[in-house]
Design a protein around this ligand. Sequence first.
Ligand SMILES: Cc1cc2nc3c(=O)[nH]c(=O)nc-3n(C[C@H](O)[C@H](O)[C@H](O)COP(=O)(O)OP(=O)(O)OC[C@H]3O[C@@H](n4cnc5c(N)ncnc54)[C@H](O)[C@@H]3O)c2cc1C
Length: 806
Amino acid sequence: MLERVRVLVIGGGAVGCSCLYHLTRLGCSDVALVERDELTSGSTWHAAGNCPTFATGIGVLRLQQYSSALYRLLAEETGYPINYHVTGSLRLAHTAERMDEYRYVIGLARPLGLPYELLGPGALRERYPFLELEDLEGALWDPLDGDIDPAQLTQALASGARQRGARIHRFTNVTGLAQERGGQWRVGTSGGEFLAEVVVNAAGYRAAEVMALLGVRLPSVTLSHQYLVTEDVPQLTERRERLPLLRDPDVSYYLRQERGGFILGPYEQEARAQWQDGIPQDFSYQLWPDDLGRLERYLAAACARVPLLGTAGIKRVVNGPIPYSPDGLPYLGPAHGLDNFFHCNTFSFGITQAGGAGKALAEWVLQGGPQWDLWSLDPRRYGPWATPGFALAKAIEVYQNEYAPAFPYEERPAGRPLRTSPLFARLAEAGAQYGVRGGWERALWYRRSGAAAARRHSFRRDHEWFEAVGEEVRAVRTGVGVMDLPGFSKFLLEGPAAAACLDALLCSRLPREGRIALAYALDERGHILSEFTVTRLASQRFYLVSAASAAQHDADLLRRALPAEGARLRSLSEELGTLIVAGPRARELLARLTRTALSSEAFPWLAAREIEIGAVRLWALRIGYVGELGWELHAPVEQLGELYERVRAAGEALGLTHFGMYAMDSLRIDKCYRGWKSDLESGYSPLAAALERCVDFGKAAFRGREALLAERAAGVAYRFVPLLLGEAGSADAPYCSALYRGEEVVGTVTSGVWSHTLGKSVALAYLRTAWAAAGTELEVDLLGERVPATVATEPLYDPTNARLRA
Ligand SMILES: Cc1cc2nc3c(=O)[nH]c(=O)nc-3n(C[C@H](O)[C@H](O)[C@H](O)COP(=O)(O)OP(=O)(O)OC[C@H]3O[C@@H](n4cnc5c(N)ncnc54)[C@H](O)[C@@H]3O)c2cc1C
């Protein structure tokens, strides 16, 4: 038997069925789902079914908000009854930092219309009569939280999909995957073959097993996760209303009413990974034996918090498989290197996320991308560098910290260092404090010699590195600084058709030979997909540089743009390293090292030259991200050590200072240089991003052109602007904090830092165009406080670029 289908979904858990449901909802009825056993037989059947909307990241927040709205209507829409209790929840706080986290999330959530409330200890008993208040600072109230029956949810989604024409094949195990020449997928199963235009891997904790059929490794770890269910207690059976869900993240458990008893579920410090050598084929609808010892301390803490729990006997323990990625977020989006193959798997909160995930997946498949930018969930954030050992260490760490506060600058240690520059140890000796970007260790800041370590995490501006970063910034603004930037994504595109191919992909004008330009790739909606620094090495030879984490994303984008012949693409990411030399004395420093003329006439801003420093031949690019005279030196990675030693020696007499990512952030925001996936994301066009100068409407065609023209004609709804905050306050504007004009939300912050140059808190933001004129007075939500913010003119520093052209 051969069944042809447009989209084939592998896996009939809550997530796979939601994909199927949403594909049909978007009008595609030629869809099928294959499930190796019964629907729900993976992780779904035994899940506790908690459905929070709360999340510390905007992408997940949006998914969960959508799910909760969908679940409220789903039973009625599909005619399939679902037990869904919207009880609200209290998330307790034992510390001031935890309250800050809640303030931060409330700031994220309010513009989305999520009605969270911050409560003091005095208000908690009203909502939860059995609660002991000792040691509590307060709590966050989420009125939309609740619990759903995961099996009923899955069946309702399946039923809705079937009603619109979807086919579901149970007991159909996928055993083979191969792509035909024409691009279609031939999918072998225990029940016959399928020929599908598109495949969606929604196989839960078996998603990596499915990828192994293609010889692809997916970084996914199965952990054992438990909850216990108690006997009924009269105080609950007698109540007419259900108790709200209670979460005590500072201890790391949730407690929920289940019929007349409780469910208690912790995220345990003693996290256990399972099946590292493969999943038994017959594991389905099964659990592991309980491990009550691991639950004891959480049970004791919960009994102290809610003494009523201590009166209930334990009825059963559920210990089941839960998949984890290295950062605990699912894989949702296109698979790298494969056409028409999508991931929607490795969900650790797949019941509450299934609704939103299915919607986004259907938009990926049928519309080319989701409504919201969901880069944080994109499978291409991990490359082959995410080895099984790394995935295991990180999965355990993220599970242990599932309820830990999501501090903005925290860098967790497990699985590190993994990807390092040849300078790693030398810079560590110089005081480098490292963090990870795209798997690469990068110096974030430098501890001055003799300065004591005082690791402290905070949502406010009281980090131990604050003064050190200020010194680094001042050194770059007044002298010269050096920075190692491993992991940039680098590509060489060459061949007789290279220029034409790039021209059709990018909305920007290509640079002349020997020159550099910033250029943008857009989607069909005219929204920004990627930013490249394009250097034209020769007429048909281009060197493209983009963000470290974009390696697979941009490789896919470029590969798909290649013509059948005439252009070759090669990744240079592993071959070249990058050293940045920046500051008003950068020329003086480099002049000591190279014979190449460095004057502004001989080597102007935005020019590129091949130069030699000692025995090292390299590309010197006169550009930068800090707004000063400077060069990026792109050199063979095996010679980076030699290059660095020469730069360091030549810089000694000039007071050369190491600087790190935190200083760079403060410096680049002074210049309003955009960051990929913070200030530039697929929700906005280059017109909204105030990058008209990088759009060449004179070109006959580029992807997104028609949409941009339409947007320009209709008037651009949002505008990217810098903001000056009126008060120093105790915090800078967090990512995605809301901007208000009176009570109206008129925009969102995309970056916020302390400008060590201006001595002010500054931010970059998208504002509704009506409020984007310079001088407009607004307010920004800073951890629950409204702080005045004034729209300024871009850039905030060196408006004529005199320092860059110097
Ligand atoms: C104890 C416990 C409590 C939990 N509580 C919650 C909670 O309260 N809230 C929450 O949001 N999440 C919770 N979770 C997590 C939740 O269970 C999962 O995130 C969710 O079930 C994932 O759904 P899924 O559809 O992605 O995966 P699954 O439910 O695992 O579905 C994947 C399906 O794919 C099928 N499949 C696999 N390989 C193949 C193949 N080769 N061919 C065909 N079919 C295949 C499997 O049989 C399976 O049915 C809990 C998990 C555990 C263990």
